[in-house]
Ligand binder design. Structure first.
Ligand code: 0WD
Length: 257
């Protein structure tokens, strides 16, 4: 029996087979969780539905986190599907305009870029957790999001996304404090670089992959399977004592001096 048997998980952030959220969904399915999915727009709908089909045939709902009415509609729909609640919320969503994540921090900086990166990449975690709260309360459930080392170190090109990830990590801690008493844990995985659609937008990304491959203690980059396995563990009762944490799944790269 899988260690997520009997758990229900909502997976956001699948944009392709390579998405980290896809690795998480596969691991959670393997461990026995029942899944539901969201897709950002009609272009991604059939891709997400294909993934859903392979992983137990759960439903897929539209969700653009920039739109409050879509957030509300998602949980209305989900409430009809899982009328007595659900256990796991996976937030694997981030966005910053391309010019803001290439070159120097100040060159791509505008009020709009800064606000948009924080809205989509950090506020959305709090907004989804708030909207999910009535359905997750009292079930020993878990919220999980994805961060990156640029939250705590000034990394070339990552720029405003690093600032938004710092906000995301602080949001994890405040949510953990708020939701812990009602049985919901909140954690983040800080993943090493993985070639996905979102990552392709970051300036110099190929160089970063090569650098990590040669220097990380495990001498390779991590995979979406590596991240998926840790995500499944963190959202399971095996991790009942863990909340408010940022767990590195980066082959040890962050420990290097
Ligand atoms: O190296 C990497 N790939 C790392 C990614 C290292 C460490 C962390 N992460 C994080 C990302 O910052 C993100 O938070 O992991 C999370 C998932 O990212 P991913 O799997 O690397 O990227 P991708 O497959 O592109 O999925 C992210 C998706 C979007 O994809 P695109 O490429 O279309 O932007 O987030 C979704 C979208 O589907 N997304 C949204 N969903 C709902 N509403 C929105 C939105 N407004 N914007 C983006």
């Amino acid at each position: 029996m899988g260690f997520l048997q009997g758990k229900r998980a909502l997976i956001t952030g699948i944009a392709s087979q390579r998405s980290i959220a896809n690795g998480i969904a596969e691991a959670m399915h393997r461990e026995g969780a029942e899944l539901a999915f969201t897709y950002q727009n009609e272009k991604l709908q059939s891709r997400v539905e294909d993934v859903a089909q392979k992983l137990g045939g759960g439903p897929s709902f539209p969700l653009d986190v920039a739109d409050d009415t879509q957030i509300a509609a998602l949980f209305d729909n989900l409430g009809r599907h899982w009328s007595d609640g659900f256990d796991i919320l996976v937030h694997a969503i981030a966005f910053a305009p391309r010019e803001a994540i290439a070159g120097q921090f100040l060159d791509g900086l505008t009020r709009e870029n800064f606000a948009l990166a924080h809205d989509i990449s950090a506020y959305s975690l709090a907004a989804l957790s708030k909207a999910a709260r009535p359905m997750m309360q009292g079930r020993q459930g878990a919220v999980l999001t994805l961060s990156y080392l640029g939250a705590e170190r000034a990394l070339e090109n990552y720029n405003v996304m690093g600032v938004a990830k710092a906000s995301l990590e602080a949001t994890v801690r405040y949510l953990a404090l708020n939701l812990g008493p009602e049985g919901t844990r909140v954690n983040a995985i800080s993943a090493g670089p993985i070639k996905t659609l979102a990552a392709a937008g970051i300036g110099g990304f190929r160089k970063i992959l090569g650098h990590v491959e040669s220097n990380a203690p495990i001498r390779r980059t991590v995979t979406i399977e590596d991240v998926g396995n840790v995500a499944a563990f963190l959202c399971s009762d095996l991790a009942a004592g863990v909340t408010g944490e940022i767990t590195y799944v980066d082959g040890g790269y962050n420990i290097l001096g």
